[in-house]
Design a protein around this ligand. Structure first.
Ligand SMILES: NC(=O)c1ccc[n+]([C@@H]2O[C@H](COP(=O)([O-])OP(=O)(O)OC[C@H]3O[C@@H](n4cnc5c(N)ncnc54)[C@H](OP(=O)(O)O)[C@@H]3O)[C@@H](O)[C@H]2O)c1
Length: 273
């Protein structure tokens, strides 16, 4: 299915494409013939990602990769970035809203500032980028594929309630846009990685947390960014025309069974862990 040339003549914008899941997705897309635009806040991280793309995908020509610093929380920066991508490649056919981040905190310890920082990044930033790309390219051209990367939030996200609320918002947005923009030949889907993926984004939680996640996964292993990328790529590809408004989990079955967040038991004197 993922044959050479599958993404020929398609322009893909991957937010947060300089590392982790975004970078793995951009690599595979380049291999399949796409032109790829990536963005992130940190210029060094972005440059390293671009260099890796060009090095590891020898078939890709340098002009097939465009990278520019852009903070998706800044509406003006988003507008300038989308203009630069359209100037470079002529359009955006596929948007992968992958940029995001959060920090662990029990809800009672969250300041409004911390809450708003995560909501702006993981919900408002996704909306701003999506609206800009849709209005400037997808709606006028009557073609688009949008994939929103969320998280495993169907049963809440204890320990990171700010990102749970933001990602649930993106999943609801996914459904609204899938219906509103069906008339423009735009498909909108979400991919929800489990919290059991070994990637640059989960390194901050440490090996102990990842081991708990592994044990709580029926498949008894951690997932990889490449495994998330494959699902993103199917949904974004010309092989998918009839799936829209869906959230696909990629999590080794964890939501069906295991939980990582320990609920303190008031009847116990010591903390479980
Ligand atoms: N790995 C997992 O297990 C997992 C699970 C659930 C959800 N996710 C989500 O999947 C996405 C990718 O995760 P990952 O594991 O690949 O982590 P990652 O390496 O930290 O990727 C996040 C990327 O987004 C960029 N970014 C963050 N905020 C941004 C902003 N405001 N504007 C522009 N770029 C921004 C980061 O670059 P800069 O720092 O340079 O901006 C980085 O390249 C994230 O949204 C993450 O929360 C991951």
């Amino acid at each position: 299915m993922f044959r050479p040339g599958l993404f020929d003549n398609l322009v893909v914008l991957v937010t947060g494409g300089g590392s982790g899941i975004g970078l793995a997705t951009a690599k595979e897309l380049l291999t399949l013939g796409a032109s790829v635009a990536i963005c992130g806040r940190n210029a060094d991280k972005l440059a390293a990602g671009k260099a890796e793309l060009l090095q590891q995908v020898p078939s890709a020509k340098a002009e097939a990769v465009f990278a520019q610093v852009c903070d998706i929380r800044d509406g003006e920066a988003v507008s300038q970035f989308v203009s630069a991508v359209i100037e470079t490649f002529g359009r955006v056919d596929v948007l992968i809203n992958n940029a995001g981040g959060q920090f662990p905190s029990p809800a009672e310890g969250l300041s409004v500032k911390g809450w708003e920082a995560v909501i702006r990044n993981n919900l408002t930033g996704t909306f701003t980028m999506t609206r800009e790309v849709a209005v400037r390219s997808m709606i006028p051209r009557k073609f688009g594929r949008i994939i929103n990367i969320t998280a495993m939030v169907a049963r809440g996200f204890p320990g990171m309630s700010h990102t749970g609320a933001a990602r649930a918002g993106v999943e609801n947005l996914t459904k609204s846009l899938a219906v509103e923009w069906a008339q423009h030949n735009i498909r909108v889907n979400a991919v929800a990685p489990g919290n059991n993926i070994r990637s640059s984004g989960t390194a901050q939680y440490g090996d102990h947390a990842l081991e708990l996640a592994r044990r709580a996964t029926p498949l008894k292993r951690l997932g990889t960014p490449e495994e998330i990328a494959r699902v993103i790529i199917f949904l974004a590809s010309p092989e998918n025309d009839f799936v829209t408004g869906q959230v696909w989990g990629v999590d080794g079955g964890q939501p069906l069974w295991g939980d990582i967040w320990m609920i303190p038991d008031p009847n116990e004197t010591s903390t479980p862990g």
